[in-house]
Design a protein around this ligand. Structure first.
Ligand SMILES: [Zn+2]
Length: 669
């Protein structure tokens, strides 16, 4: 068989298996067999790149990260639905429709309302050409590459309908949502409050590969064909299924609002059985003709409404308030509860958010509390049953010491979170070390998460300074650590001592001090010693440093434990001062006094590195293009900044030209 034919055959097979797996949920081959087909296709397409088409299953994850999403105008506005929260309100809606249609017969379609992100997909000649978010209803972000990664969105429709627009909801199943939050917790990142937030956040990611890892799903509930052959919403749902989409569970042909209410009650009971979160039922008049006559108000269609389910509540006794220290040092109060059933699961812990929340609701240990589980998967305490409070109960006093390490807790002005800022706090140690070793910090290659875990678990490292005192023989007994890799890691650690001062300032993990602020601090103070002695006034007098950062720096160096760790770093021989001679351009800098903007991705440098070079050569890097911009450096797939630069007639340089400029002053090898 010729490669062309085999490629077409493989694509059809993979498409069919995707459909069976992601849409029907009935796979007929194993993951292994599937992977083999995909591998073969990737290999053939690698040999014959001219045969790659946008609807090939290999194109789901591809494309480069985008800097900003282009705005698109929706063919027709994506209106939001009016909400109702009671059966009576739903009956009112029915009366309005009935009156408007003047006794004409009509039907409703009721379908589950998935808690996700509304999306529009445009197909031309059956192939997905554009996907966009709802945005403000009229204009949305074009996120086609991100949407391609969703396996339940067909890249090619299963039936010929030529051009159409499909709308629906991109969402995360509860299982994937929990997986993502678990992974975020391990990395010390902020958790998503609910699957909807997680889905929305995922679609905003600029790297399609990262979006792909989120494993989003899609449900379709609206179809507009360029050549109209369907007359009702029910027919549209059937056709969407045939085109290869999953449609939400629904009931067609409801003759009365009571029938619709039956459907609502049934699913309000059964919602826990679904693999995804629903927040209600959407009720639509079935006939497109009648929909058209009902029309829309300024904001909502008159022919549809969303019936929202009530949040589930339960009461139980709060036995204790436990404090959890996250990997970033944030301390979260958690209610320890007598186990109670709530919306299908047993709850024994619930978040109390923060000190203010506890005080505002006057939650006390021993209280009977009201728990609620609404759109958020995480149950929360919404109030106290005062009548059941014991007469000898006392208001809760928030501890002022870290429950893990005993250090004093800090609360910044204007913030609700309370934090432990001790560098050696065991609860934060893993994350501190990972940050210290990360690429933009000390850049210690080979010090991955698994090794950090082992170093901490074995007690080999109690703060990041201990890294520099490790010897290869300490590492060899660790799991999966050969002599060679142990030596390599020690070498990498020792080499990192040469990192410049600003990277070290970033690495030590002062709250609010990111790479840019670290650079400013290095430039202004020129040594770790001077920085550690800096007063609030001195820090605040620097243009780029606000009161929050200044206070954070002072507090960091005031902590005795922290000063001890920094001392250990000095003894290990890290660079504590700016070394001017390491960066002497061989000639007048082409960037001196210039305002430079970077757009698109460069292949030789990260954006940060390129920016750092320009700054060191006396230039200023800004993020937006204006008339004041002197030069725009344009990498791969530049965004609108490039267009704006052209419009303004600004000087631009390609990456090659940029490297050439660096070479001329001897900065680039
Ligand atoms: Zn602590």
């Amino acid at each position: 068989m010729k490669a062309e034919e085999r490629i077409i055959q493989l694509r059809e097979m993979i498409r069919e298996h995707d459909y069976r797996y992601y849409v029907l949920g009935e796979p007929i081959i194993s993951d292994y067999e599937y992977d083999q087909l995909m591998k073969e296709l990737i290999e053939l397409e690698r040999q014959r790149p001219e045969l790659i088409t946008p609807d090939s299953p290999t194109q789901r994850v591809g494309g480069e990260p985008t800097e900003e999403f282009p705005t698109v105008t929706h063919p027709t506005p994506m209106l939001s639905l009016d909400n109702t929260y009671s059966e009576d309100e739903l009956r009112d809606f029915d009366r309005r429709v009935r009156t408007f249609l003047g006794g004409e017969e009509f039907r409703y379609v009721a379908e589950l309302k998935i808690d996700g992100v509304a999306i529009s997909l445009i197909y031309r000649d059956n192939i997905l050409v554009q996907g966009a978010t709802r945005g403000d209803g009229f204009h949305g972000d074009e996120i086609t590459q991100n949407l391609r990664t969703i396996r339940s969105i067909p890249l090619r429709l299963k039936e010929e309908v030529t051009d159409c627009e499909v709308r629906g909801e991109a969402y995360l199943t509860i299982k994937e949502f929990e997986r993502i939050n678990r992974e975020r917790e391990q990395r010390g990142e902020k958790l998503f409050a609910n699957p909807r937030n997680a889905a929305a956040g995922s679609l905003k990611l600029q790297d399609p590969r990262l979006v792909s890892e989120r494993r989003l799903s899609f449900l379709a509930y609206w179809l507009n064909l360029s050549a109209g052959v369907i007359k009702t919403h029910g027919e549209a749902l059937d056709l969407l299924s045939r085109l290869g989409f999953v449609v939400p569970p629904h009931r067609k042909g409801c003759q009365s609002i009571e029938e619709v209410l039956d459907f609502c009650r049934e699913w309000e009971e059964k919602r826990e059985e679904l693999p995804y979160e629903i927040d209600g039922v959407v009720v639509k008049v079935d006939s497109f003709d009648q929909q058209g006559r009902l029309g829309t108000t300024a904001k909502n269609p008159r022919w549809a409404i969303a019936y929202k389910f009530a949040a589930s509540q339960a009461t139980t006794v709060l036995r204790d308030i436990a404090l959890q220290v996250g990997r970033t040092g944030a301390v979260t109060p958690v209610a320890v509860l007598d186990p109670v059933r709530l919306a299908g699961s047993t709850i024994s812990r619930a978040t109390l958010h923060n000190e203010d929340e506890i005080r505002r609701k006057d939650i006390r240990i021993g209280d009977t509390v009201i728990l609620e589980k609404g759109g958020d998967v995480i149950p929360k305490v919404v109030g106290v049953v005062r009548e059941k409070r014991s007469p000898d109960s006392v208001p809760y006093v928030f501890p002022d010491r870290c429950p893990v390490c005993g250090s004093p807790l800090h609360r910044e002005a204007g913030e609700v979170a309370v934090r432990c800022e001790n560098l050696r706090c065991p609860a934060q140690l893993r994350r501190r070390i990972q940050h210290f070793a990360s690429r933009r910090a000390m850049d210690i290659e080979g010090l991955g998460e698994a090794i950090v875990d082992q170093l901490v678990d074995e007690g080999l490292v109690k703060d990041y300074a201990d890294l520099y005192y490790l010897k290869a023989e300490d590492l060899i007994p660790l799991e999966r650590m050969a002599e060679k890799s142990a030596t390599n890691l020690i070498t990498a650690i020792q080499n990192s001592k040469k990192a410049p001062l600003d990277r070290l300032i970033f690495a030590i993990g002062i709250r609010h001090v990111g790479t840019n602020v670290a650079r400013v601090l290095a430039r202004e103070f020129r040594s770790m010693d001077r920085l550690s002695r800096a007063s609030l006034e001195e820090l605040e007098s620097i243009e780029e440093i606000g009161p929050t950062i200044a206070a954070s720096v002072v507090r960091f160096f005031a902590e005795e434990e922290n000063r001890r760790v920094i001392e250990k770093l000095r003894r290990a021989g890290l660079r504590f001062a700016l070394e001017e001679e390491e960066f002497k351009p061989a000639g007048p800098s082409p960037f001196e006094g210039k305002t430079v903007v970077l757009t698109g991705s460069l292949s030789r440098y990260t954006r940060d590195e390129a920016g750092e070079l320009i700054r060191r050569l006396g230039g200023k890097v800004t993020s937006s293009v204006s008339k004041k911009t002197d030069l725009v450096i344009v990498g791969e797939s530049p965004g609108s900044k490039y267009e704006k630069a052209l419009q303004l007639g600004l000087a631009t340089a390609t990456e090659e030209e940029f490297i050439k400029m660096l070479r001329e002053v001897g900065v680039e090898a």
